[in-house]
Every structure is written in C-alpha cells, then in structure tokens.
Design a protein around this ligand. Structure first.
Ligand SMILES: Nc1ncnc2c1ncn2[C@@H]1O[C@H](COP(=O)(O)OP(=O)(O)OP(=O)(O)O)[C@@H](O)[C@H]1O
Length: 514
C-alpha cells in the first residue's frame, strides 16, 4: 500500500513539475478536485481526444460527431432521471466532521475481505506450485468460501437497501460491520442522506425571469435530444452512432485521487442507435471494439479487465466497465451500457415530441435502443500518464526517469538540440525546426550538457531527440536518439521527417485495432 501511495505521489508531482497538470487557482490555494492542464498536458489531452475521435467518427461511416451546449433545458434532467436519481448516499462522521459516500465505506470494507481472499490464493499458489488449480481452490477452501459468502451477502444487502431507498438500513449495515472513520477511527456516524450531484445555476438577468439550470452532469443527453435532428439531416440509417466530447460537472462528495475523480471533467461519449432486440449483439461488439481501442496503445493487456455489473442503473439492461490498473489498483476507466429505449422514450414523454425512427425497408416506426460507450478523458489521461512514468536502472548504475507515453500521444514529437551554443549550430537547429514544425510539435533546447537535455526530454515524454553537431555542418547529418531504447543513429536531415512520421502517425497506431 505504501508503495502504491508513493508511486501515485510521484505521478502527481511529475505532472506538475513537467507542465502537465496544475491545481486550479493555485495562487489562491486551489479549488478542491478542479485542475488545469498545462502546456504539455493540454497537448496530451488533445491527442487522446483526437485518437478517440478518429477511431469513433472518422473510421466509422455510420458515426457522426456533434458538439452540444453545456446548458440544456432543465426538463432534460427531469426526463433523464437526474433530478430524482442522480444522487449518492452520504454520511458524516460526527467526530472528524469528514463526509463519505456510505456505499463506498461498505464497498471498501468488502474490498478488504477480497484482499484477504487474494492473500489466501497467493499463499496456496506458492504452496502447490504448478499443480495449483485456482478455480477449485476458490470453490473448496473452507475459509475462502466463507469470505466469499460474507462479501456477497454484504454487497447484496447494500444493493437491496439502496434500491429500496432504505437509507436507515445502509446506516445499520455500517454500524453492524463496525466500520470506523478512516481519518479518526470514530464510529460516531450521522444518518445517511441522499445528495444530488448536479450543480445548479441561473440563466437570465432578473430575479423574476431567471430560470434554474443545471450544468450538465454527462454529455449523453445532448446527443439524445438531438437524435432526430441528426438522423434526418444526416440521412442516417439504423444502426448509427452520434459521438461527442465535452465538459461535464458533478459535485462529487468524495473527490480525491487527483484527476481520477473531478468536479469538472471531460467525457467522450458515443450513443449507438439500434433496432430493439439487437442490443445483446451490439453490446458485445462495442465491448470488444472499445477494448481493442485501448489495447492499440500498447500499454499492456494485463492492465485492463472487464467488470460486468450486477447492480444496474435505472436506464440499463446490461452494463460493464473497462477497468484499468491505476497506481491505486483496478478502477473504472470506461463504461459500456445497454440503455434500452429509456432516454428517447422519456424525452418523448416529457417533450411531447415524437423521437422515432422510420424504417424505410419495413415501413415501421420505432424508438431505437441505445448502446453507449462513455469514457472520461481525464481518467484516460491519468491511465496513460501513470503507466508511462517509469524509473529505470541503467547499465552504468544510474537511474533515469522516463515518460514512455505512446509516441502518437506525446505532446512534443521531437526536441532539436544544438550540441553547443555557437559555431552556427543553433541556426541549423532552428532551420530543422522550421521544416519539421509543419508536421509535428517540435521543441528547441540548448541549455545544459546534451546528456542532461536527453534526460529532460525523457522525463517529458518526447520520443525523439535530434542533435546537431559540427559534423552536421559538413555532411548535413544529425544524430537521432530514441527515447525508449536510448539508441542513437546518424541520419541525413532529409530523412528525419520520414522517421518521425513512421513512429507517430495515428494511422499505424489505430490500425492495431483491427
Ligand atoms: N468525477 C469524475 N471525474 C473524472 N471522470 C469521471 C468522473 N465521473 C465519471 N467520469 C468518467 O466518465 C465515465 C462515464 O461516466 P459514468 O457516469 O458511467 O461514471 P460513473 O459510473 O458514475 O463513475 P464512478 O463510478 O467512478 O463515479 C467514467 O467511466 C469515468 O471515466
């Protein structure tokens, strides 16, 4: 645990030190769970967004993108269920005055039981070696079976109490499990209350005419209310999708873990409209396609897993998360939801407007079903950034910090370094930049010894360093150094563009999805 915390702290401080993420309004001591993306962070974020957009919109003839407003008519949120149901159960500890999500307290308790199971499995695996059969062990070992039953029964009871809105029982459960406040160790709890996560604001200048609005808590509804406009003007035929990226706002009760859980964040969502009855097939397809997108970035298959939901949201008939191994363990990165016709039907009802698709072939109208893929851009940023940050022991006994970002996402693709600040080398370096900058983000660095500059670019995630030296003046060649292997090659200046393109072009990365 201590190592995990330590690794995570390194991620946060590296993000700040190298111009990726700053605390918002830092000079005023910051704003909790709100962050700003700095000069490198904004580029990385833009590249992730583009990587998603190309995969979803550009490569699929039947998916189009929109950009809906953050403000929406307030009835939208009544229809979607957010006014009534977008809340979390909260509980306060009377001694520490700390606020928690009651369900998360219980889930953390269950996670500890699951940790015990994992420990037993590890012990047995060591004891039995090759002959260890994990499935059989889980089914037959008395202690493990008891742990599993206990974990399941706690989660079942929690699920049932939440479903029945029996918040008193959630409190009873916390008391029966003797869960203590992680800060103070106190078990002196308030009652559990529901807390709506939407931020309210007002539209209009005068008190009498001002209208209560919400900042959107998800981008999806901007797609649903535009479903028919897009379908008609784009002459879209089912199955088809509408994609969107944009800000969403949630007044999270417990906002921690850096950019993993923010109060203002960005989502990349796609709603895929299908014929009722085909949802199972499309749900499986989209699970598969989204996983392939993640794997195309080469961050290791072992760092992803699916988590199929048993407890479903009010709008879903199936749901799964793609979980990623963050520095603090496996956690949700993306959700894939089979949303049935819940949203479109609700908007039909609340708006009084028909939101149906007319099928020209069968001559029938129906409300389409929807499969949604929804990923947090900031969470994806954290996934990429935290996995990329590595400390490496080198052969000469030193260590280097290297940010192994997938080169397609790296903010700068190359740094051009004159070996010395004289003899005309800076001028040649600038000329190289002037040529490359039309194709890539390229940066210039002349300060310090070249070895230190290499390390600085490694820590910044720049895939290539191009060094201009005295030989360059004679034969128009330079050294190109690769971030990951630290290998250096002597190449002609005219070859640089081709070498960089080959490594960073989105096409070759996205083709790995096939
Ligand atoms: N507060 C947040 N900060 C950053 N990203 C978020 C936040 N809430 C949701 N997301 C991202 O948006 C995606 C889709 O949102 P969704 O409503 O399905 O999340 P969720 O199930 O409420 O997430 P969680 O269970 O972590 O609160 C999530 O998979 C996540 O990547």
């Amino acid at each position: 645990m201590a190592k995990q915390e330590d690794d995570f702290k390194k991620v946060i401080s590296h993000a700040k030190e190298y111009g990726y993420v700053f605390q918002s309004s830092e000079i005023y001591d910051g704003l909790s769970a709100v962050y700003d993306y700095a000069q490198n962070g904004a580029e990385l974020k833009k590249n992730i967004r583009e990587y998603w957009w190309k995969a979803m919109v550009q490569l699929n003839e039947n998916i189009v993108g929109i950009d809906a407003a953050i403000f929406m008519h307030p009835t939208t949120w009544k229809a979607s269920g957010h006014v009534d149901a977008f809340s979390d159960p909260l509980i306060d500890n009377k001694d520490s005055k700390k606020r928690y999500r009651a369900d998360v307290l219980v889930e953390d308790y269950v996670a500890k039981i699951e940790g015990k199971i994992e420990k037993e499995v590890d012990k047995a695996a060591k004891r039995f070696g090759d002959s260890f059969d994990k499935a059989q062990f889980l089914n037959t070992n008395q202690r493990v079976v008891e742990y599993q039953e206990r974990a399941t029964s706690i989660l079942k009871r929690l699920g049932k109490s939440l479903e029945n809105e029996d918040l008193d029982d959630v409190k009873r459960l916390i008391e029966e499990l003797e869960i203590a406040c992680p800060m103070s160790g106190s078990k002196n709890w308030t009652d559990v209350k529901q807390f709506n996560l939407m931020f309210g604001t007002k539209l209009g200048a005068t008190t009498e005419t001002a209208m209560d609005l919400y900042l959107r808590p998800e981008t999806a509804q901007g797609i649903f209310v535009n479903f028919l406009n897009v379908q008609k003007t784009g002459r879209m035929k089912i199955p088809f999708g509408i994609a969107q990226t944009g800000k969403a706002f949630r007044n999270e009760i417990v906002a921690r873990q850096f950019i993993f859980r923010m109060r203002e964040f960005e989502q990349m969502e796609m709603q895929f409209f299908i014929k009722p009855g085909t949802q199972q097939e499309w749900y499986e397809k989209w699970k598969d396609m989204r996983m392939k997108w993640h794997l195309s970035l080469g961050m290791g298959e072992e760092n992803y897993r699916f988590h199929d939901h048993e407890k479903l949201a009010h709008y879903a008939d199936a749901a799964a998360d793609i979980e990623f191994r963050f520095p603090f363990g496996f956690k949700e990165l993306e959700g894939i939801h089979s949303r049935t016709d819940f949203d479109l039907s609700a908007h039909e009802k609340f708006s009084g407007k028909k939101l149906q698709y007319f099928d020209n072939d069968t001559r029938e109208s129906y409300v389409p079903y929807v499969i949604e893929t929804s990923i947090g851009l900031d969470r994806m940023f954290l996934a990429v950034f935290s996995k990329a940050l590595q400390e490496e022991e080198l052969e000469n006994g030193t260590t280097r910090t290297v940010l192994r970002l997938p080169s397609v996402l790296a903010p700068n693709k190359a740094a051009v370094l004159p070996l010395v600040k004289k003899d005309g080398l800076p001028e040649v370096a600038r000329k190289i930049i002037d040529d490359l900058k039309w194709d890539f983000n390229v940066t210039y660095d002349e300060k310090d010894a070249v070895g230190r500059r290499y390390r600085r670019q490694d820590a910044n995630g720049t895939p290539f360093c191009i060094t201009v030296d005295h030989q360059t003046l004679e034969d128009e060649t330079v050294t190109i150094r690769h971030r990951d292997t630290m290998e250096q090659q002597r190449v002609a200046i005219s070859e640089l563009k081709g070498i960089i393109h080959q490594e960073v072009d989105m096409k070759s990365w996205l083709m790995k999805m096939a």
